[in-house]
Ligand binder design. Structure first.
Ligand code: APR
Length: 314
């Protein structure tokens, strides 16, 4: 029997993710959205691509959660996308309500599922989903680091004229302008990047990667990135569905690791059938440590804003 994957939110990120997962062929997909007929229409369109792309997996659309029952994996992309000039923080309370409502439905209908949160601002949204679901941390984590590193890898590959697949990179910290690219751990075919590019070029590429989401928003004018995000989500989904034990940067709940307690932060993890199977701790320089702490402090501030809103009945 095929695994069952639910994608909540049939907008740009959700629909492209559903398309990619359905295209893998080994998981059935349910696409959910509040907009009437939208997920049904998109799912039927994707189903009709099956004979051509070689996927026999089923894909259906729904406006409620009955159809999602007993999913193995649920990907939450529901929310309002960032508009030009809008910071991720502006989205905080609106998307908190959406992610909270979606998560309670998901937890009620698929009590054993693994949840991947994608909605921005990512780190506090994953924290909220974790708290609302009551699931263990192994089964609730977020997608950001793979996208951030994929942008960084792309720019390095372009600069050097090499395959992006041969560029390995890691980022720590929250998704956004204060993410922490780990330049020391960035290699090209195993060779440290510092051997191949001058520092000022590396700094320029780091800056572009940090602002990568905003660069796309400015170009698209309406909406934010979705092709690279859906590719990153699919890589995480595949690691779980096929128990691949991939080592990937994801947004995970830290319980003392990296000296951080009770907070979702982007770190390298091992992903497999059990979800987040291990948090990998690496040594940091003082500068990296300070950047990580700053990024975690920003997330903690947003979590506090959310807690206050919840306490005030918001
Ligand atoms: N339940 C289900 N779907 C919802 C809900 C809800 N409560 N609220 C909103 N949605 C749906 C919308 O109807 C819309 O179809 O979520 C979808 C969001 O799609 P887009 O506006 O196209 O946004 P998208 O680009 O897909 O981004 C979604 O992912 O990367 C992040 O920052 C991005 O937070 C944003 C999210």
């Amino acid at each position: 029997m095929r695994k069952k994957v639910t994608v909540v939110g049939a907008g740009n990120v959700g629909a492209t993710t559903a398309q990619r997962v359905h295209g893998l062929g080994y998981a059935d997909v349910v696409l959910v959205d509040v907009v009437e007929d939208l997920p049904q229409g998109k799912a039927l369109d994707m189903l009709e691509s099956g004979p051509v792309v070689g996927s026999d997996a089923s894909i259906t659309g729904s406006n409620d959660y009955e159809a999602t029952a007993d999913s193995d994996l649920v990907i939450i992309t529901a929310g309002i996308a960032r508009k030009p000039g809008m910071s991720r923080d502006d989205l905080l309370l609106t998307n908190m309500k959406i992610v909270g409502a979606v998560t309670s439905q998901v937890a009620a209908h698929s009590p054993n599922c693994i949840i991947i949160v994608v909605t921005n601002p990512l780190d506090p949204m994953v924290q909220h989903a974790y708290e609302v679901s009551g699931f263990p941390r192994e089964r609730v984590f977020g997608m950001a680091g793979i996208l951030d590193t994929s942008r960084f890898r792309t720019f390095i590959a372009q600069e050097l004229g090499v395959s992006g697949e041969d560029v390995q990179a890691y980022v720590l910290g929250s998704h956004g302008d204060d993410m922490v690219p780990l330049v020391r751990y960035t290699t090209v075919g195993g060779i440290p990047i510092s051997e191949l590019l001058p520092q000022d070029t590396i700094d320029r590429l780091v800056k572009r990667a940090r602002q990568g989401g905003g660069e796309i928003v400015a170009l698209l004018k309406a909406g934010s990135a979705y092709y690279a995000p859906s590719a990153a989500i699919t890589q995480m989904a595949e690691a779980v569905l096929l128990d691949r034990k991939r080592i990937l940067p994801c947004c995970a709940y830290l319980d003392g690791e990296y000296g951080i307690e009770g907070l979702y932060v982007g770190v390298p993890v091992k992903l497999g059938a059990g979800g987040l199977e291990q948090i990998i701790e690496i040594s940091l320089t003082d500068e990296e440590r300070a950047a990580l702490d700053k990024s975690a402090a920003n997330t903690r501030e947003m979590v506090e804003v959310m807690r206050k809103a919840v306490a005030a009945g918001g």
